[in-house]
Design a protein around this ligand. Structure first.
Ligand code: SIN
Length: 190
């Protein structure tokens, strides 16, 4: 599949013209640069965050991709905690622009804090998109992130911003916290 998913997302039918809930698990948690009507901590089952998606735009370039978060099926039962935003359907256009580097819209059951379960939408970058990188040893991923930057800034800021946001949400995420520790150590030592 192409690395540019903007048109694929734009062709997806939307069953409602009413506000809908979007689940953010990566930069959508800590960089909410789109209009929203409400926002609540939320969680989904069956998925885990992994820095396995390459970034050719926001945090890297096609020749020197950064690494950003996607979701992969979870190995064990548990929750992936993030932030849900209630958005008007027209906000999907700028979101499809923002997430165009490999992410596709997917429906999910979304557990909103204090409000029960609702239908939600999220953006996932699958293994078959042209920018997908997949797993690598932690030190290699940390080094790649330390050296990458794109139109939204240093790749390290993404990892550290997400780790801080997850601490604020009191979320557990060994993968993100281990990567953030490794990136901090590289920043200290150069
Ligand atoms: C998300 O944050 O939910 C999607 C991935 C990203 O834009 O970082």
């Amino acid at each position: 599949m192409t690395a540019d998913t903007f048109h694929l997302n734009q062709q997806l039918p939307l069953a409602t013209d009413k506000p809908l809930w979007l689940f953010g698990y990566g930069s959508l948690i800590f960089r909410a640069d789109f209009p929203f009507l409400d926002r609540k901590p939320a969680r989904i089952a069956g998925w885990q965050r992994r820095f396995w998606q390459g970034s050719h735009d926001h945090r890297g370039t096609p020749d020197a991709p950064g690494r950003v978060a996607t979701l992969v099926p979870a190995q064990q039962a548990g929750w992936c905690v993030g932030m849900a935003y209630l958005i008007s359907p027209e906000v999907l256009h700028p979101l499809d622009e923002r997430e165009r580097n490999g992410y596709l819209r997917v429906m999910t059951d979304l557990h909103l804090q204090g409000q029960g379960t609702v239908d939600g939408l999220m953006y996932i970058a699958n293994a078959d998109n042209g920018a997908f990188l997949g797993p690598a040893p932690l030190p290699d991923m940390a080094r790649q992130i330390h050296h990458s930057a794109g139109q939204s800034g240093p790749n390290a800021d993404y990892v550290l911003g997400l780790a801080d946001a997850l601490v604020d949400l009191q979320a557990e995420d060994d993968h993100v916290f281990a990567l953030a520790d490794a990136v901090r150590a590289l920043r200290r030592t150069g």
